[in-house]
Design a protein around this ligand. Sequence first.
Ligand SMILES: [Zn+2]
Length: 273
Amino acid sequence: MRLSELLSKAPANAEAQVERFLNARLPWGKHKTIEVGKVAINFKCKTCDDVRTFMSGDKLSCLGVGDRVVSIDACLKCPVCKATVEAWFLVVSRDELDGQAPIVRLERYVDNRRGMASRVEVGAGTGTGDFDDLLERAQLAYEVQLGTGAMVYLRKIFEAITKQVADIAGIPTTGKKDGRKPFRNLLQEVDEQHHIIPTAFSGDGYKLFNELSEIVHGDSTEEIALQKYHPCRSLVIGIIQNVASDQEMKRAIDALGWSINQLNVPSSGAMAP
Ligand SMILES: [Zn+2]
């Protein structure tokens, strides 16, 4: 494959053998323009209000970083409204970067969307569901290895959706003396009536939530938070899907004008590795 195909898989940290793209070693600090095909990444374009494939030009700017590392800049453009997004890639090779067919990995990816576009693979599909923004923030925090930060966003979604379902179902969210009902109790009541915890997590749902809470509030390390990110994210996405597919909830949600029913989240709930 050509290097552009690998870069187009971002934000996935894919590894692949690619066609030669440097004919000589690129020393530290030296630039070279490379022609490796166009990078094409899907974003939800804010102006078009639809998913578009943002494309780079034919040439990309490549900067030498180390013997096996290069930094690549690209400016991606919406083919319809010409909105632009800047993208940066850090590419690492196993052996010689300027080899005939180097095996390279996309080590880091950062995009600067400036409110022009949002990620699509994170959870937003056709609509901008109430939780898309939080899911995206969780994912961005995870990508820059901020484990606790990612968990805080997931927990916000978990608590918000549980409270919203409770409101619709008429389950009181206050406990004795009008104080806030402990979340664990509220979740249990909501789940008993509306089965919001996905079957895959049944039994473990509360356990996972407790883990999640502990990671957010407790002594958990960043490393553990990062390890727990994918299962916790699957749990949260599963809950959103369950609520969205509950007919009674759906009618109430439609009446309220929320857009969660438009959420189009991948069924696996996990991003490509
Ligand atoms: Zn556009």
